[in-house]
Design a protein. Structure first.
Length: 621
């Protein structure tokens, strides 16, 4: 019996070594981020990974264990394991592919592969393929091949091809079978403690990348998939609900409901540009980068700039919802995944439609991506133009039609539109894989050059659009709003997903409809793209009480703050300090003023209360 049990010991050792090799490659790929971290702390990732590695190995063992027990309780003396070799080879290939995807996802998103990534791949495979086009293909192939070959070699060395059973009394066999099942269950669960395994079991370091390296990729994916199916329980409970709600209510208290009126009239046309990855770091004004967005920087001189604006999240689906509805992000979740909930939150388009505006949405890609279409059609956008509205010859980008084509189509449509109109344009060219129909301004030798080149192209498209729009009769009475959907790692390539600089985005109001005394003025108070809804509606004299998470940036009495979140992390920034927090490791990742402990505690409480309260509202929708 002991010899047969050794089989499972060797089976577990095999998978633990495979996971360790996967972890080693992850650390090697991101070695530049680890330069200042002591070697012993890097090595500690392998120790702190054991609990979830064992748990994942136990999950893998369920099928072999059940088969083993079936034959063990029978009368066979020897069992061939050819089927197990196929089982393992399939898993080795699958996990090798998953590890390769993971390092590419981590490079872009700053988080490990999760349910959202899988939904991205299966729901919109064309868009997923387009995004992956910027991944280093040679390195990806090398990683996959190395994992596959090492896995097959270890399997050949460690896994036996047959098991021989020693005659044992049936009562003892049953007892051993129960013990094996119980032990495997304890490994899956993580022991007999009250708290079962969670991602936080792998967290041990102040360096977020080491925590992510320690976190088993496959276990995290399974956990993420299971968690994504649950929307009736708040995963972000820090305080009593009433206390959290009161904290947020106090945060939004405004002594006086008023606004600085910057428009010549309160019923202009409105064209809202939501610009893909148009981070503040691209501009000279906000990011001190020369020559990438020369036209946008010139527009700032004649517009109204909000210089301290932060994106609600780190992906387009979060930025789209944040901008158009003022609704915050939900950490790991995204309200776009639940159309039945999403349709219950108000949107700018609804309010303007109810006030006599003609509404339209323009996007050069697939509008069904990430449920955009469900949102658009359920929020009173009367016209939707997406990739299906363009000629096939114009579909020469992996994402769809280039910005110039989309902007021009919108311009032509507005020339035929009844006024007043509200039109939204979602750009896409400045997205992985950063392709262009023209010569790359900054070259295409590396991904940063490509990113800067596509941003320059979008900037030139904005300039061409405005130049043509100025010739139209509706231009003089039109407010143009420019905002990014989210920030980006590039072009500076130095801000992590938990640093506020990663979320800093431009927000510009522009057009002849702005009063002359406000042209060229900058408002430097801290705010969010969520605040566009309340700010715009106040300028139009429309009640914004339904937009409870949005505040008027042009109300001198409004509080100055912004909230943002990413996968299992949150950030809260005001004019005193910024604090970001890891919900898994339960630790502060970034603190702009660590010596100010009082303000740190206050901002942390505000951020936690904010996420808890908005998620609770999401559950009730």
């Amino acid at each position: 019996m002991f010899k047969s049990l050794i089989f499972f010991v060797r089976f577990f050792i095999f998978w633990l070594l495979f996971f360790a090799f996967d972890r080693f490659i992850f650390l090697f790929i991101f070695h530049k981020k680890l330069r200042d971290i002591p070697l012993d702390e890097k090595l500690a990732t392998f120790y702190h990974a054991l609990r979830l590695d064992l748990s994942m190995a136990a999950y893998i063992t369920i099928i072999p264990l059940l088969v083993f027990i079936f034959w063990y309780l029978g009368k066979k003396r020897q069992v061939e394991l050819k089927w197990l070799r196929i089982y393992d080879i399939v898993l080795i290939a699958l996990f090798s592919l998953l590890a390769t995807i993971n390092f590419n996802v981590y490079r872009e998103w700053g988080s490990k592969v999760n349910a959202k990534v899988l939904a991205f791949v299966f729901d919109t495979p064309n868009e997923a393929l387009a995004s992956s086009a910027s991944s280093p293909l040679l390195l990806s192939a090398i990683v996959f091949t190395a994992l596959l070959l090492v896995g097959l070699y270890l399997h050949r060395v460690l896994i036996r091809q047959k098991i021989t059973f020693v005659p044992t009394p049936i009562w003892l066999k049953v007892g051993i079978a129960i013990l094996l099942l119980g032990f495997n269950f304890l490994l899956i669960r993580g022991g007999v403690d009250v708290a079962p395994n969670s991602q936080s079991m792998a967290y041990f370091s102040k360096n977020e990348i080491l925590n992510h390296a320690s976190l088993n990729t496959e276990w995290n994916l399974v956990s993420s998939i299971l968690a994504s199916t649950k929307t009736n329980k708040n995963p972000y409970r820090y305080f009593d609900d009433a206390q959290a709600q009161q904290t947020v209510a106090e945060l939004y208290k405004v002594p006086k409901d008023t606004t600085v009126s910057i428009l010549k009239n309160n019923k202009p046309n409105v064209v809202l540009f939501i610009l893909e990855s148009f981070t503040a770091d691209l501009t000279k004004t906000l990011g001190n980068e020369d020559g990438i967005t020369p036209n946008f920087d010139n527009m700032i001189k004649d517009g109204v700039l909000f210089s301290q604006i932060y994106a609600a999240g780190n992906r387009t689906d979060k930025g789209l919802i944040g901008t158009l509805t003022g609704f915050p992000t939900l950490g790991t979740g995204s309200i776009v995944k639940w159309p039945e909930k999403m349709q219950k939150i108000p949107a700018i388009s609804q309010k303007l439609f109810q006030n006599g505006y003609q509404t339209s949405f323009f996007y050069g890609g697939e509008s069904e991506f990430d449920n955009y279409k469900a949102f658009i059609l359920s929020h009173n956008y009367q016209k939707l133009t997406d990739k299906n509205s363009f000629d096939k010859k114009d579909m020469n980008s992996k994402w769809g039609a280039y910005d110039a084509l989309v902007f021009n189509k919108q311009l032509q449509a507005m020339n035929q539109e009844k006024q007043p109109f509200f039109s939204t344009i979602l750009s896409l060219t400045n997205h992985e894989p950063f392709e262009l129909p023209v010569k790359q301004k900054f070259g295409d030798k590396d991904i940063i050059q490509k990113f800067k080149s596509t941003a320059y192209y979008t900037d030139s498209c904005i300039n061409a659009y405005l130049s043509n729009a100025k010739k139209q009769p509706w231009y003089a009475n039109t407010l143009f709003i420019f905002v990014a959907d989210h920030g980006h790692l590039y072009p500076k390539n130095k801000f992590e997903v938990f640093e506020p600089q990663r979320y800093h985005i431009p927000l510009l109001f522009y057009g002849d409809v702005i009063k002359d005394e406000f042209k060229g003025k900058a408002f430097n108070q801290t705010g969010s793209q969520q605040d566009i809804a309340a700010t715009l509606l106040a300028q139009l004299g429309i009640n914004a009480k339904d937009f409870t998470w949005s505040k008027n940036l042009l109300n001198p009495y409004s509080p100055h703050f912004a909230f943002f979140s990413w996968d299992n992390g949150l950030g809260f920034v005001n004019e005193g300090q910024c604090v970001t927090f890891d919900n898994i490791g339960k630790s502060i990742l970034y603190n702009s003023d660590p010596k100010n402990t009082v303000q740190t505690d206050k901002n942390l409480k505000l951020g936690q209360s904010y996420l808890q309260t908005v998620y609770q509202q999401f559950i009730k929708l």
